[in-house]
Design a protein around this ligand. Structure first.
Ligand SMILES: [Fe+2]
Length: 206
């Protein structure tokens, strides 16, 4: 059996991301125990699909967060998510078909990946986002439900939750300084109003 247990060494110091990581470790642990305990195929399938849903929702949250804050190592970080996505796609049907060897290989991969990714890659992202929030006066995760819930709060067979809308970071336009919902442009954040102005200025020059 592989070890799936979130601990302080996995902490990235972003409450929402840490809560999602705890969920991922818990769901992986439940899946492993279901298979090891000889659970019926239908139950294994529920755990598998829960893992896929939790992983995908979590990856897309982190990718949103990195893009919203212009994280310089976004591409490198996303590649690691893509590796996990590919492995999930490969292993899920094999595990569903009852392939025990595939299950062992998958848990070996997942335990190593989760440990490496959370302790290095996600922790680097966490440090950057905290600095970004300090520099921009932004509260990226304010108002999010579920932060700080204890691991194991949800029933193992519960249907995956509907993906939650990720909140927009409160930010300020680098051109006019107004607080704004933002759009990303090379070189920084510019509000929709200022983007509109620069586009019309370019058109005027043509
Ligand atoms: Fe990540």
């Amino acid at each position: 059996m592989r070890h799936f247990s979130w601990g302080k060494e996995n902490e990235v110091f972003l409450a929402q991301i840490d809560a999602e990581h705890r969920d991922l470790f818990r769901v992986a642990d439940e899946l492993q125990h279901a298979i090891a305990g000889g659970a019926p195929a239908a139950q294994v399938k529920v755990h598998l699909h829960s893992l896929v849903a939790h992983a995908e929702e979590h990856f897309s949250h982190e990718e949103w967060l990195m893009q919203s804050t212009s994280y310089p190592s976004f591409g490198w970080h996303k590649q690691q998510h893509e590796t996990a996505r590919r492995r999930l796609k490969l292993f899920v049907p094999l595990i569903e078909s009852g392939d025990a060897e595939a299950g062992d290989l998958f848990f070996e991969f997942l335990s190593g990946w989760l440990e490496d990714h959370t302790t290095v890659t996600d922790r680097m992202m966490g440090a950057y986002v905290r600095n970004y929030e300090r520099a921009h006066g932004a509260t990226t995760f304010a108002g999010w439900p579920g932060v700080g819930e204890p691991a194991g709060a949800a029933a193992p067979t519960a249907a995956p939750e509907e993906p939650r809308a990720f909140p927009k970071t409160v930010q300020f336009c680098k051109a006019c300084g107004d607080q704004t919902t933002h759009e990303m442009r090379p070189g920084g954040l510019v509000c929709v109003k200022c983007i509109g102005r620069s586009v019309s200025a370019e058109l005027d020059r043509d």
